[in-house]
Design a protein around this ligand. Structure first.
Ligand SMILES: Nc1ncnc2c1ncn2[C@@H]1O[C@H](COP(=O)(O)OP(=O)(O)O)[C@@H](O)[C@H]1O
Ligand SMILES: [Mg+2]
Length: 332
Protein backbone atom coordinates (compact mmCIF):
# COMPACT_ATOMS: atom_id res chain seq x y z
CA UNK A 1 0.00 0.00 0.00
CA UNK A 2 1.12 3.53 -0.80
CA UNK A 3 1.73 6.30 1.68
CA UNK A 4 3.92 4.92 4.48
CA UNK A 5 6.05 7.68 6.01
CA UNK A 6 9.03 6.99 8.23
CA UNK A 7 10.92 9.76 9.96
CA UNK A 8 14.14 8.73 11.67
CA UNK A 9 16.20 10.98 13.95
CA UNK A 10 14.96 13.95 11.95
CA UNK A 11 16.62 17.19 13.04
CA UNK A 12 16.48 20.77 11.77
CA UNK A 13 17.91 23.83 13.49
CA UNK A 14 17.73 27.50 12.63
CA UNK A 15 20.67 29.23 14.29
CA UNK A 16 20.40 28.38 17.98
CA UNK A 17 16.76 27.17 17.71
CA UNK A 18 16.35 23.42 17.26
CA UNK A 19 12.95 23.40 15.57
CA UNK A 20 12.87 19.63 15.08
CA UNK A 21 14.93 17.63 17.52
CA UNK A 22 15.47 13.96 16.73
CA UNK A 23 11.96 13.01 15.62
CA UNK A 24 11.20 9.33 14.99
CA UNK A 25 7.75 8.59 13.64
CA UNK A 26 6.08 6.02 11.47
CA UNK A 27 2.80 6.90 9.76
CA UNK A 28 0.92 3.93 8.37
CA UNK A 29 -0.55 3.73 4.89
CA UNK A 30 -4.00 5.28 4.84
CA UNK A 31 -3.71 6.66 8.34
CA UNK A 32 -4.94 10.08 9.43
CA UNK A 33 -2.59 11.31 12.08
CA UNK A 34 -2.78 14.62 13.91
CA UNK A 35 0.32 16.46 14.98
CA UNK A 36 -0.50 18.69 17.91
CA UNK A 37 1.64 20.99 20.01
CA UNK A 38 1.99 24.58 21.11
CA UNK A 39 3.00 27.33 18.73
CA UNK A 40 6.69 27.02 17.88
CA UNK A 41 6.92 23.32 18.71
CA UNK A 42 8.08 22.40 15.18
CA UNK A 43 4.85 21.21 13.56
CA UNK A 44 5.15 23.26 10.36
CA UNK A 45 8.84 22.49 10.07
CA UNK A 46 8.14 18.74 10.10
CA UNK A 47 5.58 19.15 7.31
CA UNK A 48 7.91 21.37 5.30
CA UNK A 49 10.68 18.79 5.61
CA UNK A 50 8.38 16.01 4.38
CA UNK A 51 7.13 18.20 1.53
CA UNK A 52 10.65 19.12 0.49
CA UNK A 53 10.25 22.84 1.13
CA UNK A 54 13.09 22.65 3.62
CA UNK A 55 16.07 20.35 4.17
CA UNK A 56 16.89 18.46 7.38
CA UNK A 57 20.30 18.88 9.03
CA UNK A 58 20.30 15.17 9.71
CA UNK A 59 18.00 12.18 9.82
CA UNK A 60 15.94 10.37 7.24
CA UNK A 61 12.58 10.86 5.55
CA UNK A 62 11.28 7.73 3.87
CA UNK A 63 8.12 7.78 1.80
CA UNK A 64 7.22 4.25 0.71
CA UNK A 65 10.77 3.17 1.58
CA UNK A 66 12.36 5.77 -0.69
CA UNK A 67 14.61 8.28 1.05
CA UNK A 68 13.28 11.60 -0.20
CA UNK A 69 15.42 13.86 2.00
CA UNK A 70 17.36 15.18 -1.01
CA UNK A 71 14.57 14.89 -3.58
CA UNK A 72 13.15 18.16 -4.92
CA UNK A 73 9.66 19.06 -3.73
CA UNK A 74 7.91 18.67 -7.09
CA UNK A 75 9.05 15.05 -7.41
CA UNK A 76 7.62 14.01 -4.05
CA UNK A 77 4.15 12.48 -4.12
CA UNK A 78 2.91 14.79 -1.37
CA UNK A 79 0.44 17.67 -1.41
CA UNK A 80 0.58 20.32 1.29
CA UNK A 81 -2.22 22.67 2.29
CA UNK A 82 -1.01 25.80 4.03
CA UNK A 83 -2.70 27.66 6.83
CA UNK A 84 -2.80 30.84 4.75
CA UNK A 85 -3.99 28.85 1.69
CA UNK A 86 -1.24 30.26 -0.58
CA UNK A 87 -3.59 30.84 -3.53
CA UNK A 88 -2.48 32.91 -6.53
CA UNK A 89 -4.36 36.21 -6.10
CA UNK A 90 -4.31 37.04 -9.82
CA UNK A 91 -5.86 33.73 -10.86
CA UNK A 92 -9.50 32.67 -10.61
CA UNK A 93 -10.48 29.55 -8.72
CA UNK A 94 -10.34 27.61 -11.97
CA UNK A 95 -6.92 29.10 -12.70
CA UNK A 96 -5.66 28.20 -9.25
CA UNK A 97 -6.95 24.67 -9.55
CA UNK A 98 -5.58 23.99 -13.02
CA UNK A 99 -2.23 25.74 -12.59
CA UNK A 100 -0.39 22.67 -11.30
CA UNK A 101 -1.99 20.40 -13.89
CA UNK A 102 -0.99 22.77 -16.70
CA UNK A 103 2.60 22.87 -15.38
CA UNK A 104 2.54 19.10 -15.59
CA UNK A 105 1.39 19.41 -19.24
CA UNK A 106 -2.14 18.15 -18.74
CA UNK A 107 -4.24 19.42 -21.69
CA UNK A 108 -6.55 22.32 -20.93
CA UNK A 109 -9.84 20.53 -21.54
CA UNK A 110 -8.85 17.67 -19.27
CA UNK A 111 -7.40 20.00 -16.61
CA UNK A 112 -10.64 22.03 -16.57
CA UNK A 113 -12.70 18.88 -16.31
CA UNK A 114 -10.68 17.52 -13.40
CA UNK A 115 -10.76 20.91 -11.66
CA UNK A 116 -14.56 21.02 -11.95
CA UNK A 117 -14.91 17.59 -10.40
CA UNK A 118 -12.60 18.47 -7.49
CA UNK A 119 -14.39 21.80 -6.97
CA UNK A 120 -17.78 20.08 -6.94
CA UNK A 121 -16.60 17.57 -4.41
CA UNK A 122 -15.66 20.39 -2.06
CA UNK A 123 -18.84 22.36 -2.66
CA UNK A 124 -17.24 25.25 -4.56
CA UNK A 125 -18.35 24.21 -8.03
CA UNK A 126 -20.17 27.50 -8.60
CA UNK A 127 -17.20 29.70 -7.64
CA UNK A 128 -14.83 28.80 -10.46
CA UNK A 129 -14.77 32.33 -11.91
CA UNK A 130 -14.13 34.10 -8.60
CA UNK A 131 -10.80 35.53 -7.53
CA UNK A 132 -9.45 34.70 -4.05
CA UNK A 133 -10.27 38.19 -2.70
CA UNK A 134 -13.92 37.67 -3.71
CA UNK A 135 -14.34 34.71 -1.39
CA UNK A 136 -14.67 34.01 2.33
CA UNK A 137 -11.93 32.28 4.30
CA UNK A 138 -13.87 29.02 4.29
CA UNK A 139 -14.28 29.12 0.52
CA UNK A 140 -10.59 29.85 0.00
CA UNK A 141 -9.76 26.96 2.26
CA UNK A 142 -11.85 24.68 0.07
CA UNK A 143 -10.01 25.89 -3.03
CA UNK A 144 -6.72 25.03 -1.35
CA UNK A 145 -8.04 21.57 -0.43
CA UNK A 146 -9.39 21.01 -3.96
CA UNK A 147 -6.01 21.97 -5.38
CA UNK A 148 -4.36 19.38 -3.12
CA UNK A 149 -6.88 16.73 -4.25
CA UNK A 150 -5.92 17.38 -7.86
CA UNK A 151 -2.34 16.36 -7.18
CA UNK A 152 -3.61 12.89 -6.28
CA UNK A 153 -0.70 12.41 -3.87
CA UNK A 154 0.36 9.48 -1.70
CA UNK A 155 0.35 11.80 1.28
CA UNK A 156 -1.56 14.92 2.33
CA UNK A 157 0.12 17.38 4.65
CA UNK A 158 -2.39 19.80 6.15
CA UNK A 159 -0.95 22.69 8.14
CA UNK A 160 -3.66 24.01 10.46
CA UNK A 161 -6.15 24.05 7.58
CA UNK A 162 -9.07 25.02 9.80
CA UNK A 163 -7.34 27.54 12.06
CA UNK A 164 -8.69 30.69 10.43
CA UNK A 165 -12.29 29.50 10.12
CA UNK A 166 -14.94 30.56 12.62
CA UNK A 167 -16.26 27.90 14.98
CA UNK A 168 -19.36 26.61 13.10
CA UNK A 169 -17.47 26.48 9.82
CA UNK A 170 -14.54 24.75 11.49
CA UNK A 171 -16.93 22.14 12.83
CA UNK A 172 -18.51 21.57 9.41
CA UNK A 173 -15.20 21.50 7.55
CA UNK A 174 -13.75 19.08 10.09
CA UNK A 175 -16.60 16.69 9.33
CA UNK A 176 -16.00 17.13 5.60
CA UNK A 177 -12.30 16.41 5.98
CA UNK A 178 -13.08 13.23 7.88
CA UNK A 179 -15.57 12.11 5.24
CA UNK A 180 -13.07 12.85 2.49
CA UNK A 181 -10.41 10.84 4.26
CA UNK A 182 -12.77 7.89 4.76
CA UNK A 183 -13.46 7.93 1.06
CA UNK A 184 -9.91 8.41 -0.25
CA UNK A 185 -7.94 6.63 2.50
CA UNK A 186 -4.88 8.65 1.60
CA UNK A 187 -2.25 8.99 4.32
CA UNK A 188 -2.72 12.38 5.95
CA UNK A 189 -0.76 14.34 8.52
CA UNK A 190 -3.00 17.02 9.96
CA UNK A 191 -1.29 19.70 12.01
CA UNK A 192 -3.26 21.60 14.60
CA UNK A 193 -2.86 23.43 17.88
CA UNK A 194 -6.57 22.86 18.55
CA UNK A 195 -7.20 19.95 20.85
CA UNK A 196 -10.74 19.37 19.66
CA UNK A 197 -9.29 18.68 16.24
CA UNK A 198 -6.57 16.53 17.73
CA UNK A 199 -9.06 14.46 19.69
CA UNK A 200 -11.69 14.05 16.98
CA UNK A 201 -9.80 13.78 13.69
CA UNK A 202 -6.91 11.42 14.02
CA UNK A 203 -6.57 7.67 14.17
CA UNK A 204 -3.56 8.59 16.27
CA UNK A 205 -2.32 11.81 17.78
CA UNK A 206 1.31 12.89 18.06
CA UNK A 207 2.05 15.39 20.83
CA UNK A 208 5.02 17.61 20.15
CA UNK A 209 6.89 20.00 22.46
CA UNK A 210 10.02 21.96 21.60
CA UNK A 211 10.73 19.84 18.52
CA UNK A 212 10.44 16.51 20.34
CA UNK A 213 7.68 13.92 20.32
CA UNK A 214 6.27 13.43 23.81
CA UNK A 215 3.65 10.80 23.03
CA UNK A 216 2.03 8.96 20.14
CA UNK A 217 -1.21 7.01 20.38
CA UNK A 218 -4.95 6.86 19.78
CA UNK A 219 -6.46 10.13 21.10
CA UNK A 220 -8.47 8.57 23.92
CA UNK A 221 -5.49 6.53 25.06
CA UNK A 222 -3.26 9.61 25.19
CA UNK A 223 -6.00 11.47 27.04
CA UNK A 224 -6.53 8.64 29.53
CA UNK A 225 -2.85 7.92 30.14
CA UNK A 226 -0.70 10.94 29.32
CA UNK A 227 2.98 10.02 29.23
CA UNK A 228 4.13 13.06 31.18
CA UNK A 229 2.95 16.23 32.86
CA UNK A 230 3.35 18.22 29.65
CA UNK A 231 0.93 16.01 27.73
CA UNK A 232 -1.35 15.91 30.77
CA UNK A 233 -1.53 19.68 30.85
CA UNK A 234 -1.74 20.14 27.10
CA UNK A 235 -4.56 17.78 26.08
CA UNK A 236 -7.78 18.56 27.91
CA UNK A 237 -9.73 21.74 28.45
CA UNK A 238 -9.65 22.92 31.14
CA UNK A 239 -6.33 21.16 31.67
CA UNK A 240 -5.64 18.45 34.22
CA UNK A 241 -5.10 19.64 37.79
CA UNK A 242 -1.48 18.85 38.69
CA UNK A 243 -0.41 18.93 42.34
CA UNK A 244 3.36 18.64 42.97
CA UNK A 245 3.97 16.42 46.00
CA UNK A 246 0.37 15.24 45.86
CA UNK A 247 -0.84 17.68 48.55
CA UNK A 248 -4.60 17.59 48.95
CA UNK A 249 -4.78 14.57 46.65
CA UNK A 250 -2.58 12.44 48.95
CA UNK A 251 0.60 10.80 47.71
CA UNK A 252 4.16 11.66 48.62
CA UNK A 253 6.87 14.16 47.81
CA UNK A 254 8.35 12.04 45.01
CA UNK A 255 5.11 12.28 43.02
CA UNK A 256 3.13 14.88 41.15
CA UNK A 257 -0.50 13.83 41.22
CA UNK A 258 -3.00 14.81 38.57
CA UNK A 259 -6.76 14.73 38.34
CA UNK A 260 -8.90 15.86 35.42
CA UNK A 261 -11.66 18.40 36.13
CA UNK A 262 -14.34 15.84 35.15
CA UNK A 263 -12.93 13.34 37.65
CA UNK A 264 -13.55 15.71 40.56
CA UNK A 265 -17.10 15.53 41.90
CA UNK A 266 -19.03 17.59 44.43
CA UNK A 267 -19.66 15.05 47.20
CA UNK A 268 -20.47 15.80 50.87
CA UNK A 269 -18.52 12.64 51.80
CA UNK A 270 -15.50 13.72 49.72
CA UNK A 271 -12.09 13.99 51.41
CA UNK A 272 -11.04 17.28 49.84
CA UNK A 273 -12.26 20.55 51.33
CA UNK A 274 -12.32 23.57 49.05
CA UNK A 275 -13.87 27.00 48.63
CA UNK A 276 -15.56 27.96 45.39
CA UNK A 277 -13.90 31.07 43.95
CA UNK A 278 -15.75 31.34 40.67
CA UNK A 279 -18.31 29.50 38.55
CA UNK A 280 -18.11 29.53 34.77
CA UNK A 281 -21.51 28.52 33.42
CA UNK A 282 -20.99 27.24 29.88
CA UNK A 283 -24.56 26.21 29.12
CA UNK A 284 -24.01 22.48 28.75
CA UNK A 285 -21.69 22.30 31.75
CA UNK A 286 -20.12 24.44 34.44
CA UNK A 287 -16.52 24.87 35.54
CA UNK A 288 -15.87 25.58 39.21
CA UNK A 289 -12.65 27.28 40.17
CA UNK A 290 -11.93 26.23 43.73
CA UNK A 291 -9.16 26.74 46.27
CA UNK A 292 -8.14 24.39 49.07
CA UNK A 293 -7.02 25.58 52.53
CA UNK A 294 -3.34 24.96 51.59
CA UNK A 295 -3.71 27.22 48.57
CA UNK A 296 -3.99 24.47 45.93
CA UNK A 297 -6.35 25.45 43.13
CA UNK A 298 -8.57 22.74 41.67
CA UNK A 299 -10.75 23.08 38.60
CA UNK A 300 -13.93 21.02 38.69
CA UNK A 301 -16.24 20.20 35.80
CA UNK A 302 -19.88 19.76 36.80
CA UNK A 303 -23.31 19.63 35.21
CA UNK A 304 -24.83 22.89 33.98
CA UNK A 305 -26.45 23.87 37.31
CA UNK A 306 -24.04 22.94 40.11
CA UNK A 307 -26.06 24.74 42.80
CA UNK A 308 -23.03 26.41 44.39
CA UNK A 309 -21.61 29.89 44.06
CA UNK A 310 -18.51 31.93 44.91
CA UNK A 311 -17.60 31.73 48.61
CA UNK A 312 -19.35 28.39 49.20
CA UNK A 313 -17.45 25.69 51.10
CA UNK A 314 -17.64 22.39 49.25
CA UNK A 315 -16.23 18.89 49.50
CA UNK A 316 -14.75 17.10 46.52
CA UNK A 317 -14.15 13.50 45.60
CA UNK A 318 -11.26 12.62 43.25
CA UNK A 319 -11.95 9.52 41.18
CA UNK A 320 -9.08 8.90 38.79
CA UNK A 321 -5.63 9.97 39.88
CA UNK A 322 -2.65 10.18 37.54
CA UNK A 323 0.78 9.62 39.05
CA UNK A 324 3.86 11.33 37.68
CA UNK A 325 7.44 11.37 38.88
CA UNK A 326 7.92 14.73 40.61
CA UNK A 327 11.48 15.07 39.30
CA UNK A 328 11.12 13.94 35.67
CA UNK A 329 7.41 14.52 35.08
CA UNK A 330 7.14 11.02 33.53
CA UNK A 331 4.08 8.90 34.18
CA UNK A 332 4.60 6.28 36.90
N1 LIG B 1 12.78 29.76 8.46
C1 LIG B 1 13.01 29.86 9.78
N2 LIG B 1 14.02 30.62 10.25
C2 LIG B 1 14.27 30.71 11.57
N3 LIG B 1 13.55 30.08 12.53
C3 LIG B 1 12.54 29.31 12.13
C4 LIG B 1 12.20 29.16 10.74
N4 LIG B 1 11.15 28.32 10.65
C5 LIG B 1 10.83 27.98 11.93
N5 LIG B 1 11.65 28.56 12.81
C6 LIG B 1 11.62 28.39 14.27
O1 LIG B 1 11.53 27.01 14.55
C7 LIG B 1 10.62 26.76 15.61
C8 LIG B 1 9.50 25.86 15.14
O2 LIG B 1 8.72 26.55 14.19
P1 LIG B 1 7.45 25.93 13.49
O3 LIG B 1 7.82 24.61 12.92
O4 LIG B 1 6.90 26.94 12.58
O5 LIG B 1 6.48 25.69 14.74
P2 LIG B 1 4.89 25.45 14.78
O6 LIG B 1 4.42 25.18 13.39
O7 LIG B 1 4.73 24.29 15.70
O8 LIG B 1 4.29 26.69 15.36
C9 LIG B 1 10.15 28.12 16.10
O9 LIG B 1 10.97 28.50 17.16
C10 LIG B 1 10.39 29.00 14.89
O10 LIG B 1 10.62 30.33 15.29
MG1 LIG C 1 3.00 26.22 12.24
Amino acid sequence: MKGVIRLAALTRSYGTTTAVDGVDLEVRAGELITLVGPSGSGKSTILRLIAGLDRPDSGRILVDDVDVARMPAHRRAVAMVFQDYALFPHLTVLGNLTFGLRVRKVRRAEADQRARIAAQRLGIGDLLDRYPDQMSGGQRQRVALARALLRDPSVYLLDEPLASLDAPLRFATRADLLALHRELRTTTIHVTHDQHEAMTLGDRVVVLAAGQIRQVGPPQQVYDAPADTFVAGFLGSPPMNLVPGGGVLGGDATLTLGVRPEDLTLDDAGRIAATVEAVEALGSEAILLTRCPDGTRLTVRTGPRPGVGPGDEVRLRADRLHRFDAATGRRR
